[in-house]
Ligand binder design. Sequence first.
Ligand code: RM4
Length: 267
Amino acid sequence: MAPQFLTGKVCAITGGVTGIGRAIALAYISHGARVAINHLGDGSSSNHFKSMLAEIASSNKDIKAEDVLIEVPGNISTQDVAIELITKTVARWGRLDVFVSNAGICQFAEFLDITSDLFTSTVSTNLTGAFYAIQAAARAMSTQSPRGGSIIGISSISALVGGAQQGHYTPTKAGVLSLMQSSACALGKYNVRCNALLPGTVRTQLNEVDLADDGKRKYMEGRIPLGRTGEPRDLAGPAVFLASEELSGYVTGAQLLVDGGLFVNLQ
Ligand code: RM4
């Protein structure tokens, strides 16, 4: 049987029905955790949630999917939804051990064409929502017994480098990285660890259109030492590592690039 590093742990993930959030949620469950996922609550997201239940049921005959995965729909950019996600998670399973702030949007746009609506919606989801959710998670972790937990912010390689069509997006990812650093400083006294994962070019809904362009995709693949763009499942292992007290109990305030070597390769 594969090792389980999250047996009995309770986790919550925002934006958890597609892409990186989905991959992390399923990995956490395969490592013995129970997971509450937030999603937008629209029809598509609800269908994605149902497909996750089916995937769990088909790959784990000895567990009931509904016992290990619950949904808390809502727009995470509002503080009420952030608080509801954590409140419902603790009400269902009694505590919160791991929180992953993953929800994010990135609509590529020419800098001069970025509208106020696009800028504010990107900041609201990617940074404001992250703050509300991380604060709500920290409030739960700092008052529970035993107190403590692991908070993971999904930042990005875009926290470290610019993007010509991401002038509204890259500042939010730099903000998430900085938020995890300050959270690590503030929450260590509660035994809450806070770390950032920095995905490189990982194929998700965010870049489906951008990478549909053969030229762009081949250019990115050529810049990546491992020779391929990432897949959401490439983030699962690093997310398990940062979630697990056994594996990363002395790691906080850290940033972990998961980018196939893209950042260090300026060729
Ligand atoms: C990442 C990075 C990738 C892009 C995604 C949407 O931060 O910029 O290249 O595909 O965002």
